[in-house]
Design a protein around this ligand. Structure first.
Ligand code: TYD
Length: 138
């Protein structure tokens, strides 16, 4: 199996935002604001300065990544082209299809990355070697 997804398939998606003097509210619903059904949500937090998370690709997992607090840079790469997206708002996030190499870096103090995933956790879905990733791409 090979993957043909490209950087152009990575999308910044704006979420609903209810502005309120009591504090703002945003949300997302599966198959409505994001193009997949949700099977798992996890979050990355307490990241020491200078650390990098991610640095792999997935065979089938699609995901949506939000900087729910603070900021970090999301670097996405399709094997040919790479792009850095700075995330620092809780009312939008980035949809990443399967077959995109991605990592998160430059975490601000107290930042939290929420990752909404189309699959349950499966170690076998990871591609952790960059050369394996390049072989997986068409
Ligand atoms: P991993 O996705 O490898 O994080 P990173 O790519 O940033 O290094 O996950 C780190 C560890 O957490 C790994 O040993 C597996 C475990 N893990 C789960 O058990 N369930 C999950 O949903 C996730 C995302 C990770």
């Amino acid at each position: 199996m090979k993957s043909s997804s490209r950087i152009g398939d990575v999308k910044l998606i704006n979420l609903p935002k209810f502005e309120d003097p009591r504090g703002n509210l945003s949300f997302l619903e599966e198959l409505k604001h994001i193009p997949f059904k949700i099977n798992r949500t996890y979050w990355i937090y307490d990241v020491p300065g200078g650390q990098v998370r991610g640095g792999h690709s997935f065979i089938v997992q699609e995901e949506f990544i939000i900087a729910i607090s603070g900021s970090f840079d999301l670097v996405v790469n399709d094997g040919k082209e790479s792009k850095t997206i700075s995330l620092n708002r809780s009312y939008h996030g980035v949809y990443i299809p399967a077959g995109i190499w991605r990592q998160m870096e430059n975490f601000s103090t107290n930042s939290v990355a929420v990752v909404v995933s189309s699959t349950q956790f499966d170690q076998n879905d990871y591609i952790r070697e960059y050369n394996d990733f390049l072989n997986f791409k068409i």
